[in-house]
Design a protein around this ligand. Structure first.
Ligand code: AMP
Length: 126
């Protein structure tokens, strides 16, 4: 069920619980501001989720409210993870779902990194 990205941040969303250590995750990268971990239901051989540690509901919320430093750090880390995972030469895809039409299911901003095989057309038609 997609979330409503206009609602206030829900501190009990599953990624908030991962950040608090209440639920385990398969960590790929972590620093003071960012956590990257493997998606529990991978859609490609490489499927990593990158999240900021701040309380941001969505890409919309983050781009409106986060500081320039937070945004710069997050974007640099997404790129760095792509490089360290060896995805640049074969290529990869980034995706951030927002709200209902974007089919966002978890109400904490996450960027998907997909790779490890040719990924086909950009989105499904239908
Ligand atoms: P989205 O539809 O963009 O909100 O994607 C949510 C993603 O979170 C899906 O790809 C899920 O498989 C993934 N997910 C949900 N719970 C977990 C979890 N506990 N650990 C890792 N990934 C998860």
């Amino acid at each position: 069920m997609p979330i409503d990205p206009t609602q206030p941040y829900d501190p009990d969303n599953i990624f908030a619980r991962i950040l608090r250590g209440e639920i385990p995750n398969d960590t790929v990268y972590e620093d003071e501001h960012v956590l990257a971990f493997k998606d529990i239901n991978p859609q490609a051989p490489v499927h990593i989720l990158v999240i900021p540690k701040g309380d941001y509901v969505s890409w919309d919320d983050f781009s409106a409210k986060a500081s320039d430093a937070e945004i710069a750090h997050f974007i640099r880390k997404v790129g760095e993870i792509g490089r360290t995972q060896g995805l640049v030469e074969p290529g990869y895809r980034l995706l951030a779902n927002v709200g209902g039409h974007g089919h966002q299911e978890v109400s904490h901003l996450h960027v998907h990194i997909f790779g490890g095989r040719p990924l086909g057309p950009m989105i499904a038609r239908g």
